[in-house]
Design a protein around this ligand. Structure first.
Ligand code: GLP
Length: 242
């Protein structure tokens, strides 16, 4: 059953979600964490870095798999999710080199890269805890609204709304990549625990649709209503319509 955890604001949401991740690492030090990018998880990553520095949280046996990556951006581009994860988390905690994984958006054969990523996740034993944000159109990872729930890692055309929302990070809208590689909904649903964070009044409508409306691939996050162990940590503003 989907659980909704109410938070006062962004800081409270971040602390609550970081506590859930921290509990996961304490209970299973060699867990596999599924990680997300975007503005929503930034406060969580700051907390995890702080607790790691204090000696309260140990990442030495943790392995990570990220949800997605833009197609075509070099790793060193400050807009790549590789760069985002290194600068906002990986470079600041004691995760060993080689313990972090992202799909490669510059692989020479993208079909092979999708298969490699799925095989990697399987080899790691699946995801223990998957962290998610939510796009304004209900996307999770880069699983955009479409006619079905894609199972495994695949290539997507980004929705116009997503390009519009993400252009704030780029010099211009034209610089936003049109395609991405993303973990599938099947893999996300197979995670043993899911924590989705949502903050701000601009997420209120999609939070209502996704978690209090019908389950449909036109709102990809709505499938989490069927996950046996999923928690939505949302602040008052994001919950203002429910
Ligand atoms: C991006 C990411 C998603 C993220 C979403 C929301 O497109 N691929 O993983 O959840 O946008 O981002 P934000 O948290 O900045 O609103």
């Amino acid at each position: 059953m989907l659980k909704i955890l109410r938070a006062a604001d962004y800081a409270d949401m971040s602390r609550k979600a970081a506590n859930l991740i921290s509990a996961q690492i304490i209970l299973k030090p060699d867990c596999v964490l599924g990680l997300a990018t975007g503005s929503s998880p930034l406060g969580i990553y700051k907390k995890l870095i702080e607790w790691n520095a204090k000696g309260d949280l140990d990442f030495s046996a943790v392995r990570t798999v990220n949800l997605d990556e833009y197609l075509g951006l070099p790793k060193c581009s400050d807009q790549s999710y590789y760069y985002f994860m290194h600068s906002n988390l990986f470079d600041h905690v004691n995760l060993p080199a080689g313990a972090t994984n992202l799909p490669n958006g510059r692989a020479s054969n993208m079909a092979d890269e999708c298969a490699r990523y799925d095989a990697l996740i399987e080899r790691l034993g699946g995801v223990d805890l998957q962290l998610l944000g939510i796009g304004h159109d209900g996307h999770i990872g880069f699983n955009e609204p479409c006619g079905e729930f894609p199972k495994g890692t695949h290539i997507v055309e980004l929705a116009e709304e997503t390009i519009e929302a993400n252009k704030r990070f780029f010099a211009s809208k034209e610089d936003v990549p049109r395609k991405a590689i993303t973990m599938g909904i099947g893999t996300i649903m197979a995670a043993r625990k899911v924590v989705l964070v949502a903050s701000g009044v601009d997420k209120a409508e999609i939070v209502k649709k996704a978690f209090f409306g019908p389950i449909t691939p036109e709102v990809p996050a709505s499938i989490l209503q069927l996950h046996p162990n999923a928690v939505v940590v949302a602040d008052e503003a994001a919950l203002s319509l429910v």
